[in-house]
Design a protein around this ligand. Structure first.
Ligand SMILES: Nc1ncnc2c1ncn2[C@@H]1O[C@H](COP(=O)(O)OP(=O)(O)OP(=O)(O)O)[C@@H](O)[C@H]1O
Ligand SMILES: [Mg+2]
Length: 358
């Protein structure tokens, strides 16, 4: 196997009695855009700070191209950082903010000038060079912070919720810029967010954190379509969980009995289950359809409400046992008058349904 670029090995970080990171191991290839996603307090920032060298781990190691970084002080690690709140120097112009890391490194004036111009072009702020940060919008300030972090060509860029203070439109715009800059520079990016849409939009891979551990690492598609645990299924995208009794599993596909007694075959088993074991069946809202197909499984529901959301409809339904079901079929698939509150069957592809332990 080729040596990974950046390696996090059994990282653990405790603050007194609180263990923020229990055991994180991760290999990151050069040029990857990897996102730490997870709920508040799950250890994302703590892991990032250990890589940056702002905090020493309690145990474990961080290696760059096979060499431990632990003995290297933070300012010598050559890692760029962008944080949630723009941390520009308020009394320096945009150009001088971007020049700052180069001046610290005592680069020649001609190089500083050229680099500042290149970086401002990269973030499309050429005409703002002489302004002070206070005269910029939040999004512009965040782009200056990005230009400053990239000015000395760090091989790794760490970003901790850099867009969370911005409104949705600006956030999406800068997400596009960050993707472009990643493509154009090839810099390895470790990005922290608790916004799953942002993670899906930006990343090559996502590491999903839970309670100081990584629950699953994979592409957005892996996590969405092949969640390893019910936590992943519940955190990424929308999901329905129905109580089910496990009857039998063969070759990874299970037969289960739902609360209303109906039997469904061919669902994907995540784990091994005993006969009669209580389980939960996860079905994505968009995996439901209103018409029966050859391999469909069926579910009896009471339709409570129907709303139109453009390309999809959103149906609020309930099973006889009172479990809520969120159904989002494409609008084209049916007529609205077929969906007035009533009892009816809806259909799903069992291979798009996942069985987890209860
Ligand atoms: N300096 C500290 N002293 C004590 N506890 C800390 C310290 N820093 C972090 N923690 C605790 O460690 C846990 C993980 O914190 P961390 O900041 O890594 O979470 P996070 O995943 O980045 O969360 P958020 O999405 O809210 O930023 C939390 O329970 C937090 O309270
Ligand atoms: Mg954090």
């Amino acid at each position: 196997m080729t040596q990974p670029f950046l390696s996090i090995r059994n990282l653990r970080k405790a603050f007194g009695a609180i263990t923020a990171v229990h055991d994180v191991t991760l290999d990151i290839p050069k040029g990857e855009f990897l996102t730490f996603l997870g709920p508040s307090g799950s250890g994302k920032s703590t892991t990032l700070y250990a890589i940056a060298g702002f905090q020493d781990p309690s145990s474990g190691d961080v290696e760059l191209e096979g060499r431990s970084l632990l003995a290297v002080p933070s300012h010598r690690r050559n890692i760029g950082m962008v944080f949630q709140r723009y941390t520009l120097f308020p009394h320096l112009t945009v150009a001088e903010n971007v020049a700052f890391p180069l001046r610290v490194r005592r680069r020649p004036e001609a190089e500083v000038k050229k680099k500042v111009a290149d970086m401002l072009a990269l973030v499309r702020l050429e005409s703002f060079a002489q302004r002070l940060p206070g005269a910029l919008s939040g999004g512009q300030q965040q782009r200056v912070a990005l230009a400053r972090a990239l000015a000395y060509d760090p091989p790794i860029l760490l970003m901790d919720e850099p867009l969370s203070a911005l409104d949705k439109k600006l956030r999406e715009e800068i997400q596009g810029e960050i993707r472009r800059i990643h493509r154009e520079t090839g810099v390895t990016i470790l990005y922290v967010t608790h916004d799953q849409e942002e993670a899906l939009h930006l990343s090559d891979r996502i590491a999903l954190f839970r309670d100081g551990r990584i629950e699953q690492t994979g592409s957005g598609e892996d996590l969405y379509l092949r969640p390893a645990t019910d936590f992943v299924a519940g955190f990424i995208g929308n999901s329905n969980f129905l109580a089910a009794e496990h009857l039998d599993t063969k070759d990874g596909t299970a037969t289960i009995r739902l609360a209303d007694g109906s039997v469904v075959s061919g669902v994907r088993a995540n784990g091994t289950f005993g006969k009669g074991q209580k389980t939960r069946l996860m079905i994505r809202p968009e995996a439901f359809g209103m018409v029966r197909r050859p391999a469909s499984a069926e579910l009896n529901v009471e339709i409570v409400d129907v709303a139109f959301y453009g390309e999809r409809r959103r149906i609020v339904a309930r099973t006889a046992g009172g479990e809520g079901v969120d159904i989002r079929p494409t609008s084209a698939a049916m007529q609205l008058q077929d969906l007035t509150p009533c009892s009816r069957q809806v259909f799903f592809d069992p291979t798009a349904a996942f069985l987890f332990p209860a």
